[in-house]
Design a binder for this molecule. Sequence first.
Ligand SMILES: [Zn+2]
Length: 341
Amino acid sequence: MSRGKVVFGAKSILLIALTLPGLSCDASKDAAQGKDKPQSAPPVAQVDTPLPTLSLPPDNGPPPAFDGDRTMQYVKEIVALGPRPLGSANHKKVEDYITSHLKGDTVEDDAFTADTVEGKFPVRNIIAKYPGTKDGIIVIASHYDTNYPLRNTSFIGANDGAATSALLLEFANQIRGKKREGYSVWLLWTDAEEAMKTWSATDSVYGTKHLAQKWQLDGTAKQIKAFLLADMIGDADLDIDRDTNSTPWVESVVYEAATRLGYQSHFFARNNAISDDHEPFMRIGVPCADIIDIDYGYNNVFHHTVQDTVDKLSVKSLNISGGVILETVRILDKMDPIPPK
Ligand SMILES: [Zn+2]
């Protein structure tokens, strides 16, 4: 993923976009380290649009169950495979790891060959489908590939790839085998999210670009009520951004879910314009929220570095992220119409 304009303090009326210290260093050095290339927009004043206030249905019953300890165990097992860049033997291992946890579920692939700036590579998006009683689909997505430019280092992407892939596996545990009184839920492990060289519109999100086009052509996109993207939200210092490239009403639902669970202090203190796997779906009119914490370590030093390791994560953060996403689904299930009027 890549970060564009950065604005701190969601409550202010008018804010100046700031340049983070980490964004001012030499771009070619960043590229060599495999970091996302910063977008070199000049500082501009940006109006901070508040999220819309929605009248949302109340919850009944206890909050959704989520097992952060089991999720952390999945994270450890995924990173134990080693670096998992596109085209590698370890990439195949993590594909097998994911599908081995979905036995008995309805699983489909979107497999194709991507023509990337580093050549042709096999790409495989993995989709597990859990039918609901209502007409429509909620997609929850996370990428499972790890950073390609860092493929020859010890980079294992504990937070950037493993943590949210593990979250989705735990969602499957919570959803399967129960009657869904709500929309169908599709869990989507996306592939080839990472840039092969340097993040740009053409060198990134190869998997979701392909899938969004496919789902637009076959009519699936029109049935998607909301697309929730999880990225880098196992961080022990959890501080989830409000992404200004996401759909405001979906973010309002996410924030309401966080508030109902008492976790709102971890959400939306900071605004950011994020380029990520949701953008191909945003472009075809699917309502999306990128649920992401792009501030990973002091000055973001753990992001796309070999320091992205399991000790930087916490079970508590996994429980917060997992619980809030499932609560978001629970609210969406009861919303009619979607999008809200
Ligand atoms: Zn990444």
